[in-house]
Design a protein around this ligand. Structure first.
Ligand code: FES
Length: 234
C-alpha cells in the first residue's frame, strides 16, 4: 500500500517533454500529463472509472522502454522521462484512429446522442485520420427487435472501449451489460443475449453519457429532434 508523504518529504518528479513536474505517488503518467496541461488523447478513458488500457490512444514514449506505453495505466515513477507528443506517438495515434474509424458506419453523429458522443469524431478530425486505408470485417451487431423505449443501441458505431460496461458495473453496480466473444466477434450484450428491458438495466443512462461514439443514445432526445433512425426501434 502506498505510504502518504509527510511534510518534510519532497515529492518525486518526472520529466514531461523536457519539463520537470512533481507528482504524488500513485498518480498515473496520464494524470500527471493532464495536470501539466498536456493534451494526451484518450478513447477508453473515463476519469470516473478504473483505467482500462484498451484503446492505446494515450500512448507516450518513456526513456528506456522498448515500446510506447499506455499512459493511463502506467504509474509515474521518480526520474521518468516522458515524451507525450513525439512524431512516433502521434503517428501511432493516427494509425489507431484510422483502424477504429474504419470499422464504423460513420463517425459524425448527432451531438444529441450523448455528452461524450463526439469524442471519436473530434479525434478523427484532429488527427486527420482517414477511414479508407483499412477495410474488412466489422464488429458489433444491433438487435432490430429491441423494444426498450429509452436507449438506442447502435452497435455499428461501437468501438469496444467497454466504457458502458464498466460504468454500469463500477458506478451503478448494476452489471446489466457485458462483453461476449472476442476480436471481430466482440459484442456488448445482456445476459443470454436477451433484451435490455428484461435485464438488470435500470435505464439510468450512464452508459449513454460515457459512450464516445454515439453507439448508445437517448431515444427520447433523438425523438424530440425528429431523428428518423429511431424507426425500427433498436
Ligand atoms: S485511454 Fe489509455 S489506453 Fe485508452
Amino acid at each position: 500500500m502506498m505510504q502518504p508523504l509527510n511534510d518534510s518529504q519532497e515529492l518525486p518528479t518526472l520529466t514531461l517533454d523536457g519539463e520537470e513536474i512533481a507528482f504524488t505517488p500513485g498518480e498515473t503518467v496520464y494524470e500527471v500529463a493532464t495536470r501539466a496541461g498536456k493534451a494526451v488523447p484518450t478513447l477508453c478513458y473515463d476519469p470516473r472509472l478504473e483505467a482500462f488500457g484498451s484503446c492505446r490512444l494515450c500512448v507516450v514514449e518513456v526513456a528506456g522502454q522498448r515500446v510506447p506505453v499506455a499512459s493511463c495505466t502506467t504509474r509515474a515513477e521518480d526520474g521518468m522521462e516522458v515524451a507525450t507528443a513525439s512524431a512516433k506517438v502521434e503517428g501511432l495515434r493516427q494509425t489507431l484512429l484510422e483502424l477504429v474509424a474504419s470499422e464504423n458506419r460513420e463517425v459524425a453523429v448527432d451531438a444529441l446522442r450523448g455528452v461524450a458522443s463526439q469524442e471519436l469524431e473530434t479525434l478523427v478530425e484532429q488527427y486527420d485520420a482517414g477511414r479508407g486505408r483499412f477495410a474488412g470485417a466489422h464488429s458489433g451487431r444491433s438487435r432490430q427487435d429491441d423494444p426498450n423505449p429509452f436507449i438506442l443501441r447502435d452497435y455499428d458505431l461501437c468501438i469496444s472501449c467497454y466504457r458502458c460496461v464498466r460504468v454500469c458495473a463500477e458506478q451503478e453496480g448494476d452489471y446489466a451489460i457485458s462483453i461476449a466473444n472476442r476480436g471481430f466477434g466482440t459484442q456488448i450484450t445482456v445476459e443470454f443475449g436477451g433484451h435490455l428491458q428484461d435485464s438488470a438495466c435500470t435505464f439510468c443512462g450512464q452508459c449513454v453519457q460515457t459512450c464516445p461514439t454515439g453507439a448508445l443514445a437517448d431515444k427520447k432526445a433523438l425523438r424530440f429532434a425528429g431523428d428518423g433512425r429511431l424507426t425500427g426501434g433498436r
